[in-house]
Design a protein around this ligand. Structure first.
Ligand code: F6P
Length: 516
């Protein structure tokens, strides 16, 4: 498989020229005035998601050259290598198969070489869904506490909140991730041992935060009259032996070819499966699978993850925009920005390529955001009139799940108005009321927020991150950048006990002494 880094192609220079000779001064208002077909040309339907890309700072020749860039970089071959099970996570020598978790049992999506993995996926999925159904039917269990962090928290938490309208009444879901004891303590104050199921979610079963929280939860359970750890604790992990050693007898496994931030489709999704049931979870997988099929088979020109990622590259490497704001206009999607932060910034926040060579261009932008309309009354001032241009990604849902009159129309009017105001702007000679306009946004539209559409939306984002990482030439599937802090924390934990500051820098030593 031949991968060529984007900056080593001839097209990269062509894009630099395009940017210098018009890209930089592109004006959206003029583009719409000159091109009646702009909305159609720059919108894209994909399974369960419609995208309006027309309010972005891009014209047809630039888009065409970006498709050429993707082809020259070997994107299609790299994508096919992932779907063939090649060990594309080269620094850990692992295949990248989270997509296989959502491939239906009867489908022949994967190559024969992956038949064994596919069978294992469905064996665990069947067992996990049967367990989820038994928990749903167990009236004695009212509280489900997921203990996990990063990918073992953000995916299931985001999805359980997003699908609140589908959650079984009578079950409450709690997510404990932080090692800060305030978080676990607050949950423990609200639950009873005999009514609680703890799910210890950790791919490695070694993450210090999760292990500390899990031990404290078990101690609390036993010292508050809890009788049967075996019934009240389950583990979701690739490290079945460690879960057993912890005293857990119910374990749902997964595999090293599922990255933590890509693991909501695996046993890590158990809280969601309990919340929305077997059928709902299967629909969630099916929505994602439909997006995978689109990503695998649509020509680059009609491929939504590809089109989004090429825009990301255009913005990051040519316009040099440093961030992207995520604005979900649905309060149930309130953890989507946090989820996407891990997905994109842990995957593509790298400054070396897959061979360890330093990159001379920028990679992952900062992702941030809040649901609308709340964001409008906080940081949208800066989006409209601040000194930086921040592309905004709106996510809207056409049909609400409540019957309160007027609310949804008002919400939709607001999301439309924000996208419009960013682009159109407003002239004011006095200055203060001047809106420069020409500020880009993407509009992702779901018909309804359901397990199926959420699955498709998340898979869309995963594949988009794959595409930008692929063109940047990086390994999007490792995360060495989180390791150093873990090692130093261990050392400092011991020093906090002893007070030994020898060999530390002045600031760390000074702070440590103050903290003791
Ligand atoms: O430290 C980062 C990280 O490794 C993430 O990639 C991962 O999602 C998280 O920690 C949790 O890891 P685990 O599931 O192994 O506890």
């Amino acid at each position: 498989m031949e991968r060529i880094r984007c900056d080593r192609t001839a097209t990269w220079r062509g894009l630099q020229n395009l940017f210098a000779t018009g890209g930089q001064t592109f004006d959206l208002r003029r583009a719409f005035a000159d091109d009646e077909g702009r909305f159609e040309a720059f919108s894209q339907s994909a399974p369960h998601v419609f995208a309006d890309l027309s309010k972005n700072l891009i014209d047809r020749p630039t888009q065409q050259l970006l498709f050429t860039l993707a082809r020259q970089c070997g994107l299609e071959q790299h994508r096919d290598a992932m779907f063939a099970g090649t060990a594309i996570n080269n620094t850990e020598q692992r295949a990248v198969l989270h997509w296989l978790l959502r491939s239906p049992a009867a489908s022949a999506d994967g190559p024969d070489a992956l038949a064994g993995e596919h069978a294992q996926v469905h064996t665990v999925l069947g067992a996990m869904l049967a367990y989820a159904q038994s928990v749903r039917a167990d009236d004695a269990i009212t509280d489900i506490v997921n203990i996990g962090i990063g990918g073992s928290d953000l995916g299931p938490q985001m999805a359980v909140l997003a699908l609140d309208a589908f959650v079984l009444p009578g079950k409450r879901f709690h997510f404990v991730s932080n090692v800060d004891g305030h978080e676990l303590d607050a949950v423990l104050k609200r639950i009873q041992p005999e009514n609680t199921l703890f799910l210890i979610a950790s791919k490695t079963f070694t993450t210090i935060e999760t292990m500390t929280n899990a031990r404290s939860a078990r101690d609390w359970f036993e010292s508050n009259g809890g009788k049967d750890v075996g019934r009240h604790f389950a583990a979701l992990t690739t490290n079945v032996a460690a879960a057993k050693a912890f005293g857990i007898r119910t374990t749902f496994g997964f595999w090293d070819w599922v990255g933590g931030r890509y693991s909501v489709w695996s046993a890590i999704g158990l809280p969601l499966a309990i919340a929305i049931g077997e059928q709902g979870f299967r629909e969630f997988l099916a929505g994602a699978h439909a997006m995978d099929q689109h990503f695998r088979s649509a020509a680059l020109e009609q491929n939504l993850p590809v089109r989004l990622a090429l825009l990301d590259i255009w913005y990051r490497n040519f316009h040099r925009f440093t961030s992207r704001s995520i604005a979900p206009y649905h309060s149930a999607l309130r953890r989507l920005p946090a989820y996407l932060q891990q997905l994109e910034m842990e995957s593509n926040g790298k400054c070396v390529d897959a061979q360890g060579q330093a990159l001379r261009f920028a990679t992952a932008p900062v992702l941030w955001g809040e649901p609308g309309t709340n964001g409008q009354h906080a940081f949208f001032q800066m989006l409209h009139q601040g000194s930086d241009t921040v592309p905004v990604e709106f996510v809207a849902v056409r049909k609400p799940r409540h019957a309160l009159p007027g609310h949804h129309e008002l919400l939709l009017a607001n999301v439309l108005a924000q996208a419009q105001a960013l682009m159109v702007g407003q002239r004011d000679t006095g200055g203060h009321k001047n809106f420069p306009g020409n500020r880009p946004s993407t509009f992702l539209l779901l018909d309804e927020l359901t397990p199926t559409t959420l699955g498709a939306l998340i898979a869309l984002q995963e594949q988009r991150v794959f595409v930008s990482g692929s063109l940047w030439g990086i390994n999007s599937f490792d995360q060495w950048g989180v390791e150093l802090g873990k090692v130093l924390a261990k050392d400092l934990q011991a020093r906090l006990q002893t007070g030994d500051v020898s060999g530390l820098d002045g600031s760390t030593a000074g702070l440590l002494q103050r903290l003791r």
